[in-house]
Design a protein around this ligand. Structure first.
Ligand code: HEC
Ligand code: HEC
Ligand code: HEC
Ligand code: HEC
Length: 230
C-alpha cells in the first residue's frame, strides 16, 4: 500500500485512462456537433431529426414482440400500411409494442419511412461456422436486442427517471438506475470484475439496440481493450 505501489498502479492504469478520456471527449464533441443542427426538446442527438429512434434504420430483429420508440406526435404510426397508436407518451417521447412475424416492415410517421427486417430464428453458432468456412457468403447479420421493457411509465421510467434540466426526457444515470434491480454483488459476480470501474454501463451495454449477446455493443475482448492491454 506504499506510494510506490500506488505509483506502479497509476503507471499501469493511467495511459489507458487518458485514452478513454480522449475517446470520450472525441465522442462527445462528435455527438454535440451532430446534435447542434437539430437541437430541440427531443433526445437522441444525431437521431433527433428522425421521428423513430428504435429500432434503428435497417435493423434486423427477431420475430415476436418488438418495441418501437419515437418522437411523440399526433400523427399515427404506420407499420407496413396498418395504422397503429402509441401506447406510451411522455415528455415528447412515445413507445409501442407490436408482435411481428418474419418479413420486411416499413415503419412510417408522416413522410418518414424506416425499414426493418424481422427474422425467425437467431443465427446459430452452427451457421456462424458454416459462413466462416465459406467466406464467399455474407455472414448473417446478428439481430439487435434490447433490455426487457414495455411501453408503460412503470417500465420506461424505471431507468429514465424524472426529467432533464430543460424538463424534457431524462438521460439515464448509471449505475444508480440499474441498482434497484441488479445488485452490485450480483454484477460483480457476473463481470468477475471490481464493479467501481464498470459504473458507466453504457460503455459496454446498449439498452435499446444491442448488436451482441448480453446486450453488448462489441465483442467482450474489444471492450476490455479500452483499459487493459492484450
Ligand atoms: C433498463 C433501462 C432502460 C429502460 C427500461 C429504458 N431505457 Fe431508454 N435508454 C437507456 C439507456 C442506458 C440509454 C442510453 C442513453 C442514456 O444514458 O440516456 C437509453 C436511451 C434512450 C433513448 C435515446 C436517448 C438519447 O438521448 O439518445 C430513448 C429515446 C429512450 N431511451 C427511450 C426509452 C423509452 C420510451 C423506454 C420505455 C419503452 C425506455 N427508454 C426504457 C435505458 C433504458
Ligand atoms: C426494473 C428492473 C430493472 C432495471 C431498473 C434494470 N434492469 Fe436490467 N434486467 C432486468 C430483468 C428482469 C432482466 C432479465 C432477467 C435477468 O437477466 O436478470 C434484466 C437483464 C439485463 C441484462 C441482460 C439482458 C440480456 O439479454 O442478456 C443486462 C445487460 C441488463 N439487464 C442491464 C441493465 C442496465 C445497464 C440497467 C441500468 C441502465 C438495468 N439493467 C436496469 C431488470 C432491470
Ligand atoms: C467493460 C464492459 C462492461 C461494463 C462497463 C459493464 N458490463 Fe455488464 N457485461 C459485460 C460483459 C462482457 C458481460 C458478459 C459476461 C459473461 O457472461 O461472460 C456482461 C454481462 C452483464 C449482465 C448479465 C447479462 C446476461 O445475459 O445474463 C448484466 C445484468 C450486466 N452485465 C449489467 C451491467 C450493468 C448494470 C453495468 C453498469 C453498472 C454493466 N453491466 C457494466 C461487460 C460490461
Ligand atoms: C473502464 C476501464 C476498464 C475496463 C473497460 C475493464 N477493466 Fe478490468 N480493471 C480495471 C481496473 C482499473 C482494474 C483494477 C486494476 C488493479 O487493481 O490493478 C481492473 C481489474 C481487472 C481484473 C483483476 C480483477 C480483480 O479482482 O483484481 C480483471 C481480471 C479484469 N480487470 C478483467 C477485465 C475484463 C475481462 C474486461 C472486459 C470485459 C475489463 N477488465 C474491462 C479497469 C477496466
Amino acid at each position: 500500500m506504499g506510494p510506490w505501489q500506488l505509483f506502479g498502479l497509476r503507471l499501469k492504469v493511467l495511459p489507458p485512462v487518458v485514452l478513454v478520456v480522449a475517446c470520450a471527449l472525441a465522442l462527445s464533441i462528435h455527438v454535440l456537433g451532430a446534435g447542434q443542427a437539430t437541437q430541440s426538446t427531443s433526445p437522441g442527438g444525431s437521431q433527433s431529426s428522425a421521428p423513430i429512434y428504435f429500432p434503428p434504420e435497417g435493423a434486423v430483429v427477431r420475430a415476436g414482440k418488438i418495441i418501437i420508440i419515437g418522437r411523440d406526435s399526433d400523427m399515427p404510426v404506420w407499420i407496413s400500411n396498418k395504422p397503429t397508436i402509441w401506447q406510451y407518451r411522455h415528455l415528447g417521447l412515445a413507445a409501442l409494442e407490436v408482435a411481428l412475424t418474419p418479413g420486411k416492415y416499413v415503419i412510417g410517421v408522416g413522410d418518414f419511412r424506416r425499414e426493418i427486417n424481422v427474422v425467425d430464428a437467431p443465427p446459430t453458432s452452427a451457421s456462424g461456422v458454416a459462413s466462416s468456412a465459406n467466406p464467399a457468403e455474407n455472414a448473417p447479420v446478428e439481430p439487435v436486442q434490447w433490455h426487457p421493457m414495455s411501453p408503460t411509465s412503470e417500465s420506461c421510467e424505471a431507468c429514465h427517471r424524472g426529467t432533464n434540466k430543460a424538463g424534457g426526457w431524462p438521460s439515464v444515470s448509471t449505475p444508480d438506475a440499474c441498482f434497484p434491480c441488479h445488485t452490485s454483488v450480483q454484477l460483480e459476480a457476473i463481470h468477475a470484475h471490481p464493479m467501481e470501474h464498470l459504473h458507466h454501463c453504457q460503455d459496454c451495454h446498449h439498452m435499446h439496440a444491442a448488436p451482441k449477446e448480453h446486450l453488448l455493443i462489441k465483442p467482450p475482448k474489444e471492450l476490455c481493450r479500452a483499459c487493459h492491454e492484450s
